[in-house]
Ligand binder design. Structure first.
Ligand code: HEC
Ligand code: HEC
Length: 330
C-alpha cells in the first residue's frame, strides 16, 4: 500500500462508543484479511497466438495417482464445485463456483485460464505497490467474485492453507510445458473494442431477454437443483459476484461475454462470438446495472467508495432506472 492508500476510517469521529467501534474494526481486519482489500488490477491483454496455437493443458483424465495427483484432483474439484468442496465451501459467501467465469474447469483459452495465470505470479504491481503472489490472487477472487466476507469463514482462506495449495497444484499441473514469466496467448479475456454508439442498458435488456434469461433467469438469480447444486450461475442479486469483483466492470464483462456466452453458441478457444461488440457491451452494462453484494472495501458511503475504488468503467453510484446503484444485496 502507498501512503495515499492508508485509510483512517475513524478519523474525525467523536463518539463515546469509540473504543467499542475500534474493537469491532480490529476484529473485521482479522476476519477479512486486509491484503486483498487493495486496488484490483486489470489484466494486460495477451498476444495473439502464433501458428502453434494456444498452450495445450494435459487431459483431466491423466491426473496421476498418488499424493500429488490427489492434491491436483482436490484443487480441480475446489475450482469447479467450490460450493460443495468440503474445504473450499466455507469461504463462499454467494452462489458461485470459480469455474463459472473460467470455463472448461479453468482450462479454456480466452476464458482467463489457470495455465495462463500460473507463470505470471509472483508479480510486482505498481498500483498496489507490492509483489502479488498466486496465493494472494486466489484469495482476491474469493474476496470479490465469491464474496467471502459473507461466508461461514467470514473471509478468504488463510495464506498457505490446504485449499490454496491444492488449487495451485491444479494450476501448476495444467501449465505443464508452458513457459514461465510470459503473457501467454489466450490468457485472460480477449478485450472487445468499445463500440462507437453509446452503451445502452435498455438495449442490453433486450439482448438479455432474448439470449440469456432462458438459463440465468428473468431476475438474474440463476437456476439450482433441489439439492442446492448450481445449474446456471446467478448474475446479480445476493447470490452473485460483489461490487468489487472484476466482472462488475463493463469492459471486463463484455470481454468475458463476447467469446464465452451464450454458452454453447460462443467458443472461447475458437474465439467465436454469437453477439456483436455492441450487444456484448450493452448486455454487460445491463447485468451490471443491478444490485449485488457490497464492495468489501466499503468506505462508509456510496460516494466515497465510488471515488476511491470505482474510477473505471462501471455503474457503481450511477443512477439507472431511477435507482442509485451501490446499496448492496445480501
Ligand atoms: C464472477 C466471475 C469470477 C469468479 C466466480 C471467479 N473469478 Fe477469477 N477472475 C475473474 C475475472 C474477471 C478475472 C480477471 C481479472 C481482471 O481483469 O480484473 C479473474 C482472474 C483470476 C485469476 C488471475 C488470472 C491471470 O491470468 O492473471 C485467477 C488465478 C483467478 N481468477 C482464480 C479464481 C479462483 C481460484 C476463483 C474461485 C475462488 C475465481 N477465480 C472465481 C472472474 C471470476
Ligand atoms: C445455455 C445456457 C446459457 C445461456 C443461454 C447463457 N449462459 Fe451465461 N452461463 C451459463 C453457464 C452454465 C455459466 C457458467 C459456466 C461454467 O460454470 O462452466 C454461465 C456464466 C455466465 C457468466 C459468468 C458470471 C457469473 O457470475 O457466473 C456471465 C456474466 C454470463 N454467463 C452471461 C451471459 C449472458 C450475457 C448471456 C446472454 C448473451 C448468457 N450468459 C447466456 C449458461 C448460459
Amino acid at each position: 500500500m502507498t501512503a495515499k492508500d492508508i485509510k483512517h476510517p475513524l478519523r474525525g469521529i467523536r463518539n463515546p462508543l469509540l473504543p467499542a467501534v475500534l474493537a469491532l474494526f480490529a476484529f473485521s481486519v482479522n476476519a477479512q484479511d486486509d491484503e486483498t482489500l487493495t486496488k484490483q488490477v486489470e489484466l494486460e491483454q495477451a498476444p495473439a497466438p502464433g501458428p502453434e496455437g494456444y498452450h495445450q493443458p494435459p487431459s483431466l483424465d491423466d491426473i496421476p495417482e498418488g499424493p500429488f495427483g490427489d492434491s491436483v484432483r482436490s484443487g480441480w474439484q475446489a475450482f469447479v464445485n467450490t460450493r460443495q468442496h468440503p474445504e473450499a465451501k466455507r469461504f463462499v459467501g454467494n452462489k458461485q463456483n470459480c469455474g463459472n467465469c473460467h470455463l472448461a474447469s479453468g482450462l479454456a483459452a480466452n476464458s482467463a485460464p489457470m495455465w495462463g495465470a500460473w507463470g505470471i505470479y509472483p508479480k510486482y504491481r505498481g498500483k498496489n505497490d507490492h509483489v502479488n503472489t498466486m496465493d494472494e490472487r486466489i484469495r482476491g477472487c474469493f474476496t470479490y467474485s465469491m464474496n467471502a466476507g459473507g461466508s461461514e469463514a467470514g473471509g478468504p482462506p488463510e495464506p498457505d492453507s490446504q485449499v490454496l495449495k491444492d488449487m495451485q497444484a491444479f494450476f501448476f499441473w495444467s501449465a505443464k510445458g508452458a513457459p514461465i514469466g510470459e503473457n501467454l496467448p489466450g490468457r485472460g479475456y480477449a478485450a472487445v473494442p468499445k463500440p462507437e454508439n453509446e452503451i445502452s442498458v435498455s438495449r442490453g435488456e433486450e439482448v438479455y431477454q432474448d439470449q440469456c434469461a432462458v438459463c440465468h433467469g428473468n431476475d438474474g438469480s440463476g437456476k439450482f437443483a433441489d439439492d442446492g447444486r448450481q445449474i446456471f450461475p446467478p448474475l446479480w442479486g445476493a447470490g452473485a459476484y460483489n461490487w468489487g469483483a472484476g466482472m462488475h466492470r463493463i469492459n471486463t464483462a463484455a470481454a468475458f461475454i463476447k467469446y464465452n456466452m451464450p454458452l454453447g453458441k460462443a467458443s472461447p478457444v475458437e474465439k467465436e462470438a454469437a453477439l456483436t461488440d455492441q450487444q456484448a457491451w450493452d448486455v454487460a452494462a445491463f447485468i451490471n446495472s443491478h444490485e449485488r453484494p457490497q464492495d468489501p472495501r466499503w468506505e462508509g458511503s456510496k460516494a466515497s467508495t465510488d471515488e476511491k475504488w470505482h474510477t473505471h468503467q462501471c455503474l457503481y453510484n450511477e443512477t439507472v432506472r431511477g435507482h442509485t446503484l451501490g446499496d448492496g444485496a445480501g
